[in-house]
Structures are given as C-alpha cells and as structure tokens.
Write a protein that binds this ligand. Structure first.
Ligand code: CU
Length: 129
C-alpha cells in the first residue's frame, strides 16, 4: 500500500505541471476580450466598423479579419488595423451592411508569437428599432 501511494506522486505532479503549463500558455495568447458589435448581438443599426479588444498586444501586419454574410459571401472591407493608442485593439471599417446575419472570422498574432483563430456572428436587423 505504501508503494502504491508512493508511485502515484510523480503522476499527480505531472498532471499538475501540465495543467499549470496549459494555463500559462492560454493566458499568453491574444484572447478576444470583447467586441463591438458583441458576439451574437442583434444590432438595429448597421455598424460602420467592427472593434475587437484582445488580452494581448497584436502584430497588426499579421492580424486580419474576414467578414462574411449569411450566404457565405465575403464582404469586402479595408484591412484591420490596430489603434495607435491601444495595440490590443483591432478596428476594421465596413461598407454599408444590409440586414442579415454576419460571421466575423479573425486571425491575430500576438507579440508572444502565437496565432489565434476564431470567429463569432452578429445580426443586423433595422426592423427591430
Ligand atoms: Cu500565446
């Protein structure tokens, strides 16, 4: 019995180290903190731009977004740029958007060298005013 407990230790330690390692790595990545429009939001006015706030500073040259409409068609936008006063904030100006659902995919490189890919959707519905 003593032996069994003894051998469980390295395993527990290994699991703890793995969990700790994952935690630190996740923290270092540029996670989306919030956005405007917010994820899953239904907005009654078409946004002129999309703003994304991340947990880490971004490399703007390697950070991009892609907006698609409900049919999967790519909406032509200007390139996403970081805000001069906030390197954690990404902004992309939009053309006039008709009512409908949109999917914003983003791919950002944080200064720690990690790439994060994700997406969210929002809906423009001017009849909901
Ligand atoms: Cu990272």
């Amino acid at each position: 019995m003593i032996h069994r407990n003894h051998h469980a230790w390295p395993l527990k330690l290994a699991i703890a180290l793995v969990l700790l390692g994952l935690g630190i790595d996740a923290w270092a990545h540029a996670k989306l903190v919030r956005s405007n429009p917010a994820a899953r939001a239904v907005v009654s006015r078409a946004p002129a731009q999309i703003e994304l706030w991340f947990s880490e500073k971004l490399e703007p040259a390697y950070s991009s977004v892609e907006l698609r409409d409900g049919l999967g068609g790519v909406i032509h936008t200007e390139n996403a740029t970081t805000v001069p006063t906030n390197p954690k904030q990404l902004v992309v100006k939009l053309p006039p958007l008709p009512d409908g659902q949109y999917v914003l995919k983003y791919r950002v490189l944080s200064v720690d060298g990690h790439v994060v890919n994700s997406q969210f959707h929002f809906t423009v519905d001017t009849t909901r005013r």
